[in-house]
Ligand binder design. Structure first.
Ligand SMILES: Cc1cc2nc3c(=O)[nH]c(=O)nc-3n(C[C@H](O)[C@H](O)[C@H](O)COP(=O)(O)OP(=O)(O)OC[C@H]3O[C@@H](n4cnc5c(N)ncnc54)[C@H](O)[C@@H]3O)c2cc1C
Length: 781
């Protein structure tokens, strides 16, 4: 990802066998040589004078390296003796005099690894080049693969112990399909339909898909418990055949789920159902509700999971780039194998090349365009299929229960689920073409509204639609399939072009196993030698380890939110339950960091810096013309400033020239202090909510800019929080403040701020909330 740590340290790669030690923390910069050292070794070298291993010790400040020969087998004692003999004895006196302590190990500071390992790598590169020893290359664990997509597969780099790059373009195409609405984990009733196909058409592929999804659903809920949860879903049945059919189907689903089952499905009578789902219609269109079958599916906060995966990958040592677009692929001299890619940083427009033994193409609906960069005649694999989702107010569905209609008029699934405090309704796919920014058609929105209104006792109104969007599913193409309904959702991994592994199809739910398959294929293709097997099964996503559903209480009890009162004063407010719950779920155990930002007076540091500067200026001025400079920090100080200025003017007796010089200086210094003060006041607190009725806090913008590579306003409103998807108009209203905070974090000038506002507004117009729809077609009021 561009920005943040990786941008400054593109050469970092991981200590691959370690679990993440928390967010990357910048290491203190050593002040003296030998204050900070790191060690690494390279074995498996051709024997020279009985030695086959090089021990590298790096002095981290000057990067001064010691290379010492060792021979296998050696013990820790041998290494220690060598170290003592070659370095300590020589340097011990220097250590003593420099008061150096050995404090950091790569176990707790994975980011330190780069210094020694990069050094080792350079050494090995030189050896390989100088001695022409390609046969040893594979033992250096230097295999790097590029992933063309940032979120999903990075963990596999850790899995197999490879250094990896993850390149994805959040701004360019990401919002078109990736980020547009993946809310359900598992396959639930769709699963029943797959089971149906498996049983009646003897389709093993469909059965495999159900197993797969169930397995992975459990895994992702375990690994990201703060972001995923079980959600009961109700299926209304209007005749007894339906009751029996769905009850049996869902019982089979329970049976197949086995230990991976979230909860048992069960039948509810009409009365019980209406109690659980008050807006459910008991009758209508000549039918009567006979009861409902409730089963459990999984639900997730997809945007947060996406970012969590990228951060976990970065922690595990992957170099992650966002806002980076693959513009072409690089081939070897004979034009056979793909050996790299040309990348464009879409924030700066700069382009660079990167090389790898294997490249993984996971560009979703755009993976064919990547394949065509290598071979323009490559046959299409993707059958794009669009899905439309709409957001309605929370009163449409109860908090803990979803509604799934397995077969609408045209045989599609329609669902209505509680999601992030609102109700999301949507349908399965319809055939589409790949477009840059897909927009939902009015008839698709109307189809969903009509479909759900058949099952509800409330009036379903277009004007209630807070947001509506469309996304493209990258279904893997079956050339004989006529429509997307008959295409399996299973994923496809192939290497039709040497060096380029394409992974596509599948479901969000199965991302981990898809990644595992892609990496297995990459290992085979690149003849890579991973240092470990797959560990992502039990690897927590950042914020997930140690998280407890009750964690939010700590936030409410121990934190405040600093807000600005109507009178412009900074006042502490309570960390209300809704905000605390939201932070706890969105950031897991890292929520306290966001809460701490909401509690801080953000301006205080700037303010202190400003005070120091002013103090310094005062001192300079006192020494030069013995006058005090005032700082404008508030009305009282302003008054005082005016008085002193008056006094100064009357006492200005040192001659016109001197007075003018002093005035110039004062103006200059005054404007600096004014600038500081304005900034300090502007940023004084980040404890307020960003949008009325939503729990997102201003502090989250700062946190995401600092720790989650949030590089644009759209990144925040769409890909760090889901505000644009939840309520397009609310997102529009929050934009100026989001941009203001990001501007302070990233030091954006006025023109960048204007640009961000423009881009974000255009982006929001692709969401068809009732207001946008009215704006576009004039039909809705
Ligand atoms: C509306 C909708 C609802 C869905 N609901 C569910 C659900 O409930 N449950 C479920 O499990 N699945 C669901 N899915 C399916 C799921 O979202 C997809 O299967 C999954 O996102 C595919 O992941 P992917 O990584 O292959 O592709 P994507 O998620 O599309 O990611 C591709 C990435 O590649 C990047 N990219 C493209 N071209 C380039 C380039 N040239 N250079 C750099 N980067 C590039 C894009 O920016 C993007 O980030 C849904 C999909 C849609 C559209």
């Amino acid at each position: 990802m561009v920005g943040g740590y990786e941008r400054n340290h593109p050469d970092v790669y991981p200590e691959v066998t370690l679990s993440p030690a928390g967010l990357l923390q910048p290491l203190p910069i050593p002040f003296q040589v030998w204050e900070d050292i790191s060690m690494d070794s390279n074995g498996g070298l051709p024997e020279a004078q009985g030695l086959d291993t090089i021990l590298v010790v790096v002095n981290c400040l000057p990067k001064y390296s010691h290379f010492m020969g060792l021979s296998h087998p050696y013990t820790a004692k041998d290494v220690a003796s060598l170290y003592v003999k070659e370095i300590i004895e020589f340097w011990s006196e220097l250590f003593r005099q420099a008061r150096t302590k050995l404090k950091y190990s790569s176990a707790y500071h994975p980011q330190t690894v780069c210094q020694t390992e990069q050094n080792s790598q350079h050494k090995v590169d030189i050896l390989i080049k100088c001695q022409n020893m390609p046969e040893f290359e594979s033992s250096w664990e230097l295999a790097a693969d590029i992933k063309l997509n940032f979120p999903d597969f990075h963990l596999e780099h850790k899995v197999v112990g490879l250094a990896g790059n993850i390149i994805g373009d959040e701004a360019y195409k990401g919002d078109a399909e990736l980020e547009r609405g993946r809310l359900r984990l598992g396959i639930g009733l769709e699963g029943v339909r797959y089971l149906e196909k498996a049983v009646f058409k003897f389709d093993y592929g469909q059965l495999k898909l159900v197993f797969h999804a169930l397995e992975e659903r459990k895994q992702v809920i375990d690994n990201a418990p703060h972001l995923c949860n079980a959600l009961p879903c109700m299926t209304p049945c209007f005749d007894w055949f339906e009751v029996v059919y769905y009850w049996i189907g869902l019982k089979m689903y329970d049976l197949i789920a086995g230990a991976r089952l979230l909860h048992l499905s069960r039948f509810y009578s009409t009365e019980e159902s209406v109690e659980l789902f008050p807006t459910l219609a008991k009758e209508g269109k000549g039918r009567r509700l006979r009861g409902t079958v409730v089963y459990y599916d999984g639900q997730m906060n997809d945007a947060r999971l996406n970012v969590g995966l990228a951060c976990t990958a970065a922690l595990a040592g992957a170099t992650v780039l966002n806002h980076a677009e693959v513009v072409s692929l690089l081939k070897d001299d004979i034009g056979e194998r793909i050996i790299g890619a040309q990348i464009r940083d879409t924030l700066t427009g700069k382009e660079f090349d990167t090389y790898a033994k294997v490249i993984v193409n996971a560009a979703g609906p755009f993976c064919d365009s990547i394949r065509k960069m290598a071979d323009k005649n490559a046959r299409d694999m993707i059958c794009p299929s669009s899905g439309v989702h709409i957001i309605l107010p929370d009163y449409y569905s109860p908090e803990g229960m979803g509604l799934i209609v397995p077969k609408t008029k045209d045989g599609r699934v329609v669902f209505m689920l509680p999601w992030l405090g609102r109700t999301v309704a949507g349908t399965t796919d319809s055939n589409t073409t790949i477009t840059f920014l897909p927009e939902p058609h009015e008839d698709e929105i109307q189809f969903i509204l009509d479909a759900i209104s058949d099952y509800l006792n409330v009036k379903v109104r277009r004007t209630d639609v807070l947001s509506a969007w469309s996304g493209i599913r990258p279904l893997a193409m079956n050339p004989s399939a006529k429509n997307t309904e008959s295409i399996s959702r299973d994923h496809v991994v192939c290497e039709d072009l040497p060096g380029l592994i394409t992974i596509t199809g599948g479901k969000w739910t199965t991302y981990r196993s898809m990644a595992e398959d892609a990496v297995d294929a990459a290992i085979k293709s690149g003849k890579l030698t991973p240092t470990s097997g797959c560990v992502t099964n039990n690897l927590h996503i950042v914020g997930g380890e140690g998280w407890d559903p009750a964690s939010f209480t700590v936030l409410t009890q121990q934190y405040m939110r600093m807000k600005i009162s109507y009178k412009g004063k900074v006042v502490p407010g309570v960390m209300d339950t809704a905000s605390a719950k939201h932070l706890s779920h969105a950031y897991g155990t890292l929520a306290e960091r966001v809460a701490a930002i909401a509690q801080e007076k953000q301006g205080s540091q700037t303010f202190i810096a400003m005070c120091c500067l002013c103090l310094y200026l005062c001192l300079v001025q006192m020494l030069s013309d013995k006058r005090l400079l005032m700082v404008e920090v508030g009305p009282a100080v302003k008054r005082e400033h005016r008085m002193r200025r008056r006094r100064r003017t009357t006492s200005r007796v040192r001659g016109r020239e001197e007075g003018e010089n002093a005035l110039d200086r004062e103006r200059k210094e005054g404007s600096i202090s004014k600038m500081f003060c304005k900034q300090a006041l502007k940023d004084e607190c980040l404890g307020k909510r960003l949008a009325h009725g939503y729990p997102f806090l201003e502090a989250e913008v700062a946190y995401c800019a600092r720790h989650e590579y949030c590089e644009s306003a759209i990144d925040f409103i769409a890909r760090r929080s889901r505000l644009a998807f939840l309520d397009t108009d609310a997102a529009g209203r929050a934009l100026p403040r989001v941009i203001q905070i990001l501007a302070a974090e990233h030091k954006w000038d006025k023109s960048r701020q204007k640009q961000e506002l423009q881009k974000a507004k255009e982006f929001l117009e692709t969401f068809k909330s009732s207001k946008n729809a009215q704006f576009h077609d004039g039909k809705h009021n």
